[in-house]
Design a protein around this ligand. Structure first.
Ligand code: KG4
Ligand code: ZN
Length: 363
């Protein structure tokens, strides 16, 4: 590919080396991806995907503290770049495309990764592609499964700590919001229940693990908005119901371990049911035959099982990212950067420099 305005041009024949940054929340990630231009949208190889998590920083506060997140991103920014380059076996001179999350997210966090990307782009005159974080999640399942032209239109369910959104994806550049949570995100529900019961932040993974020991039919938690007549969802009613059940049983610290496992198993079951029922309504409404499920909560083992069963029953293709690529990472940002670059090529250096972080960037 001949990069217009790029001093680096194409140093690898038809191979593009893409350096990607993701810092929208509390993880700083830097990745190197390789793509053969001749292979269409497929043929992407992850050469490195370094993730510096800050769970240990925010855990004691029960949630992300924005100021601490950006301060810790500053510490991670250069080491993550160095390790990503060395693990990929390249230097900055080999890079001919840069991708970075420009929103949505925490403004101070976004700025660190984006400024690092802009600096490299400016100094080495390499094109920079701004990527929407949600777009990264939507297409992340195709990093493990080859993307084919017949997947469109597909329904994308993005479930994370900040998002629980359903999209109708007609092409790489035509993504429409079909439904969303009206209150808490699904990951937020797991995090808040975990905090309340003293299991810390983030809570999704621990609830998932402990739920394996419980009975999913022990508690009959409600499925809010299930018959709302649209694709919107609600998770705060489910959270309130779990918390009031805990209080009726004596409150945090007063409940037998086995009962806590039952609560977690029943909660996980209700969340999975809510998500798959709304997704199934979306498939019926839009006639989609493919569903992607991504974002941190898509690592959930029960949600994976429920969606896979639903896919088999209804002859739908259900695609998840690998567990490692479910949570925030720069590889998914680089993947989206490849096709964003071909849809909307940046022309010159000034254009790269004018890219700004947008904390509330809606797709
Ligand atoms: O996508 P992500 O890394 O960051 C955001 O963009 O928010 O998602 C983080 C969320 C947290 O709420 C965390 O509790 C949840 O993903 N999570 C899980 C699991 N692993 C992480 N939720 C349910 N089950 C899991 N196994
Ligand atoms: Zn995310």
């Amino acid at each position: 590919m001949e990069e217009s305005g790029s001093g680096n041009g194409n140093r690898n024949g038809s191979k593009i080396i893409n350096l990607a940054f993701e810092s929208s929340c509390d993880d700083f990630s830097c990745a190197v991806l390789l793509k053969d231009e001749k292979s269409g949208i497929g043929g992407v190889k992850i050469l490195s995907n370094i993730i510096y998590s800050q769970n240990y920083v925010h855990g004691i506060y029960g949630g992300v503290v924005p100021e601490l997140a950006s301060r810790n991103h500053i510490k991670a920014a250069l080491p993550a770049l160095r390790v990503a380059l060395s693990e990929a076996g390249i230097t900055l001179n080999d890079v001919n495309l840069i991708s970075a999350t420009a929103g949505p997210g925490l403004a101070g966090s976004l700025l660190i990764g984006l400024m690092e990307a802009k600096t490299i782009s400016f100094v080495l005159n390499i094109p920079l592609v701004p990527v929407n974080h949600i777009e990264g999640h939507i297409f992340s399942p195709f990093l493990d499964t080859v993307e084919t032209p017949d997947i469109f239109p597909f329904i994308a369910l993005v479930i994370s700590g900040g998002h629980t959104h359903l999209y109708l994806v007609k092409s790489h550049s035509d993504i429409r919001l079909a439904g969303r949570t009206k209150d808490d995100a699904c990951g937020e529900l797991f995090d808040k229940v975990s905090n309340y019961l003293g299991f810390g932040y983030p809570g999704g993974r621990i609830i998932d693990e402990l739920a394996e020991r419980g009975n999913k039919e022990a508690f009959d938690f409600p499925l809010p908005m299930i018959r709302s007549g649209n694709l919107d969802m609600s998770f705060s009613g489910l959270k309130t119901s779990v918390i009031s059940t805990v209080n009726k049983l004596g409150g945090p610290g007063k409940i037998e371990e086995t009962v806590i496992y039952d609560i977690f198993a029943s909660l996980r079951e209700a969340a999975a049911a809510l998500l798959y029922k709304k997704t199934s309504q979306a498939c019926a409404l839009y006639g989609a035959k493919t569903v992607t499920v991504s974002g941190g909560v898509s690592a959930n083992s029960r949600i994976r099982k429920v969606f896979n069963d639903f896919g088999k029953k209804n002859n739908l293709r259900i695609i998840f990212p690998s567990v490692k690529l479910s949570t925030d990472n720069a590889a998914m940002i680089g993947y989206a950067g490849f096709f964003k670059r071909s849809i909307n090529p940046a022309e010159d250096r000034d254009e790269f420099l004018n890219i700004n972080a947008d904390a509330s960037w809606e797709l």
